[in-house]
Design a protein around this ligand. Structure first.
Ligand SMILES: [Ca+2]
Length: 195
Protein backbone atom coordinates (compact mmCIF):
# COMPACT_ATOMS: atom_id res chain seq x y z
CA UNK A 1 0.00 0.00 0.00
CA UNK A 2 1.53 3.31 -1.02
CA UNK A 3 1.73 6.32 1.19
CA UNK A 4 -1.24 8.08 -0.46
CA UNK A 5 -3.58 5.12 0.09
CA UNK A 6 -2.44 4.82 3.69
CA UNK A 7 -3.17 8.50 4.30
CA UNK A 8 -6.58 8.21 2.63
CA UNK A 9 -7.40 5.10 4.72
CA UNK A 10 -6.34 6.84 7.92
CA UNK A 11 -8.31 9.93 6.95
CA UNK A 12 -11.37 7.79 6.33
CA UNK A 13 -11.05 6.12 9.70
CA UNK A 14 -10.64 9.49 11.39
CA UNK A 15 -13.74 10.77 9.60
CA UNK A 16 -15.78 7.82 10.86
CA UNK A 17 -14.51 8.39 14.41
CA UNK A 18 -15.24 12.11 14.16
CA UNK A 19 -18.82 11.43 13.01
CA UNK A 20 -19.39 8.95 15.82
CA UNK A 21 -17.99 11.34 18.44
CA UNK A 22 -19.96 14.32 17.19
CA UNK A 23 -23.14 12.23 17.11
CA UNK A 24 -22.53 11.13 20.69
CA UNK A 25 -21.92 14.73 21.77
CA UNK A 26 -25.05 15.85 19.93
CA UNK A 27 -27.17 13.15 21.56
CA UNK A 28 -25.82 13.34 25.09
CA UNK A 29 -24.89 16.98 25.58
CA UNK A 30 -28.41 18.37 25.95
CA UNK A 31 -29.21 15.67 28.54
CA UNK A 32 -25.93 16.25 30.37
CA UNK A 33 -26.45 20.01 30.38
CA UNK A 34 -29.96 19.66 31.74
CA UNK A 35 -28.80 17.26 34.44
CA UNK A 36 -25.91 19.57 35.33
CA UNK A 37 -28.28 22.50 35.49
CA UNK A 38 -30.44 20.55 37.90
CA UNK A 39 -33.34 20.43 35.52
CA UNK A 40 -34.08 16.73 35.64
CA UNK A 41 -33.86 13.92 38.12
CA UNK A 42 -32.42 16.02 40.93
CA UNK A 43 -32.69 14.29 44.29
CA UNK A 44 -33.67 16.98 46.77
CA UNK A 45 -34.27 14.82 49.81
CA UNK A 46 -33.27 11.19 50.33
CA UNK A 47 -33.37 9.55 53.74
CA UNK A 48 -33.37 5.85 54.54
CA UNK A 49 -32.65 6.33 58.27
CA UNK A 50 -29.61 4.08 57.93
CA UNK A 51 -27.07 6.32 59.62
CA UNK A 52 -27.13 9.17 62.15
CA UNK A 53 -30.42 9.59 63.98
CA UNK A 54 -32.15 11.99 63.94
CA UNK A 55 -30.99 12.36 60.34
CA UNK A 56 -29.04 15.46 59.39
CA UNK A 57 -31.34 18.35 58.52
CA UNK A 58 -34.51 16.73 59.83
CA UNK A 59 -36.59 18.32 62.58
CA UNK A 60 -38.28 16.01 65.04
CA UNK A 61 -40.83 17.06 67.61
CA UNK A 62 -41.37 14.53 70.37
CA UNK A 63 -37.98 12.80 70.30
CA UNK A 64 -38.82 10.40 73.16
CA UNK A 65 -41.40 8.79 70.87
CA UNK A 66 -39.32 8.71 67.69
CA UNK A 67 -36.62 6.08 67.31
CA UNK A 68 -34.41 4.43 64.72
CA UNK A 69 -35.45 0.79 64.31
CA UNK A 70 -33.17 -2.10 63.37
CA UNK A 71 -34.32 -5.24 61.59
CA UNK A 72 -34.80 -6.98 58.30
CA UNK A 73 -36.76 -5.52 55.36
CA UNK A 74 -40.48 -6.14 55.69
CA UNK A 75 -40.27 -6.08 59.48
CA UNK A 76 -38.67 -3.27 61.44
CA UNK A 77 -37.60 -1.56 58.21
CA UNK A 78 -38.38 -1.77 54.50
CA UNK A 79 -35.10 -0.77 52.80
CA UNK A 80 -31.71 -1.55 54.37
CA UNK A 81 -31.70 -2.34 58.09
CA UNK A 82 -33.15 0.76 59.73
CA UNK A 83 -36.29 2.89 59.62
CA UNK A 84 -37.87 5.63 61.71
CA UNK A 85 -40.68 4.75 64.11
CA UNK A 86 -43.12 7.05 65.88
CA UNK A 87 -44.89 5.35 68.76
CA UNK A 88 -46.80 5.99 71.99
CA UNK A 89 -44.94 6.48 75.22
CA UNK A 90 -46.96 7.57 78.23
CA UNK A 91 -49.21 10.49 77.41
CA UNK A 92 -47.39 11.69 74.31
CA UNK A 93 -49.84 11.30 71.46
CA UNK A 94 -48.66 13.71 68.81
CA UNK A 95 -45.19 13.65 67.23
CA UNK A 96 -43.77 15.13 64.06
CA UNK A 97 -40.91 14.59 61.65
CA UNK A 98 -39.97 17.37 59.22
CA UNK A 99 -37.71 16.83 56.21
CA UNK A 100 -34.83 19.16 55.48
CA UNK A 101 -35.99 22.25 53.60
CA UNK A 102 -35.56 21.97 49.84
CA UNK A 103 -35.75 24.16 46.76
CA UNK A 104 -38.99 23.32 44.99
CA UNK A 105 -38.25 25.67 42.10
CA UNK A 106 -35.01 24.03 41.04
CA UNK A 107 -34.60 20.62 39.47
CA UNK A 108 -38.08 20.13 38.11
CA UNK A 109 -41.36 19.20 39.76
CA UNK A 110 -41.45 17.71 43.21
CA UNK A 111 -42.31 14.05 43.63
CA UNK A 112 -42.47 12.68 47.18
CA UNK A 113 -42.07 8.93 47.71
CA UNK A 114 -41.88 6.97 50.95
CA UNK A 115 -42.57 3.61 52.58
CA UNK A 116 -44.73 3.45 55.71
CA UNK A 117 -46.64 1.01 57.90
CA UNK A 118 -48.95 1.27 60.91
CA UNK A 119 -50.33 -1.95 62.29
CA UNK A 120 -53.06 -1.87 64.91
CA UNK A 121 -52.59 -3.38 68.34
CA UNK A 122 -55.60 -4.74 70.25
CA UNK A 123 -57.84 -2.41 68.23
CA UNK A 124 -55.63 0.57 68.99
CA UNK A 125 -54.70 2.37 65.80
CA UNK A 126 -51.96 4.94 65.24
CA UNK A 127 -52.41 7.36 62.34
CA UNK A 128 -50.17 9.27 59.93
CA UNK A 129 -50.83 12.60 58.23
CA UNK A 130 -48.54 14.28 55.72
CA UNK A 131 -48.29 18.02 55.18
CA UNK A 132 -46.29 20.28 52.86
CA UNK A 133 -45.36 23.95 53.26
CA UNK A 134 -43.91 26.45 50.79
CA UNK A 135 -43.27 29.25 53.32
CA UNK A 136 -42.57 27.38 56.59
CA UNK A 137 -45.65 29.08 58.03
CA UNK A 138 -48.71 27.69 56.27
CA UNK A 139 -49.18 23.94 55.89
CA UNK A 140 -51.35 22.02 53.43
CA UNK A 141 -52.41 18.46 54.18
CA UNK A 142 -51.36 16.09 51.41
CA UNK A 143 -52.81 12.85 52.70
CA UNK A 144 -53.68 10.83 55.79
CA UNK A 145 -53.70 7.17 56.77
CA UNK A 146 -56.06 6.11 59.51
CA UNK A 147 -56.36 2.33 59.16
CA UNK A 148 -54.08 -0.60 59.87
CA UNK A 149 -51.58 -1.24 57.06
CA UNK A 150 -48.37 -3.14 56.45
CA UNK A 151 -45.45 -1.60 54.54
CA UNK A 152 -46.87 0.46 51.66
CA UNK A 153 -45.12 2.58 49.02
CA UNK A 154 -46.52 6.02 48.22
CA UNK A 155 -45.83 8.37 45.31
CA UNK A 156 -47.24 11.89 45.60
CA UNK A 157 -46.78 14.91 43.33
CA UNK A 158 -46.35 17.79 45.78
CA UNK A 159 -46.98 20.34 43.04
CA UNK A 160 -50.58 19.13 42.88
CA UNK A 161 -51.08 20.52 46.38
CA UNK A 162 -48.96 23.66 46.61
CA UNK A 163 -47.09 26.16 44.43
CA UNK A 164 -43.36 25.38 44.44
CA UNK A 165 -41.08 27.90 46.14
CA UNK A 166 -37.40 27.98 47.05
CA UNK A 167 -38.10 27.00 50.65
CA UNK A 168 -40.29 23.96 51.07
CA UNK A 169 -40.63 21.21 53.64
CA UNK A 170 -42.68 18.05 54.14
CA UNK A 171 -43.92 17.02 57.59
CA UNK A 172 -44.95 13.55 58.73
CA UNK A 173 -47.27 13.89 61.70
CA UNK A 174 -48.30 10.86 63.74
CA UNK A 175 -51.29 10.73 66.04
CA UNK A 176 -50.48 7.91 68.44
CA UNK A 177 -53.03 5.82 70.25
CA UNK A 178 -51.09 2.85 71.62
CA UNK A 179 -51.03 1.05 68.28
CA UNK A 180 -47.89 -0.63 66.95
CA UNK A 181 -46.42 2.69 65.93
CA UNK A 182 -46.02 4.52 62.62
CA UNK A 183 -42.98 3.43 60.61
CA UNK A 184 -41.35 5.53 57.91
CA UNK A 185 -38.56 4.52 55.52
CA UNK A 186 -36.78 5.68 52.37
CA UNK A 187 -38.25 9.15 52.04
CA UNK A 188 -37.30 10.86 48.78
CA UNK A 189 -38.23 14.09 47.08
CA UNK A 190 -37.08 14.11 43.47
CA UNK A 191 -37.32 16.55 40.60
CA UNK A 192 -38.83 15.33 37.35
CA UNK A 193 -38.36 16.35 33.73
CA UNK A 194 -40.74 18.32 31.59
CA UNK A 195 -41.18 21.13 34.05
CA1 LIG B 1 -34.00 2.22 55.70
Amino acid sequence: MDMRKTILKDAGALLVVAILVSTAIFVFTPMARLAKAGQIGQIKVQEGFEFAFPPTGWTIVGPASIIQTTGHPGGECQIGYHAAKMFSTGNRFFVQMGTPTFNGKKGGGNILTFWHKQLSSNNHQDQLFVFVTNDLVNYVQITGYTSSMDWTYETINLDSFIKPTKTMQVWFIAILNYGNGVYLDEVTITGVSGY
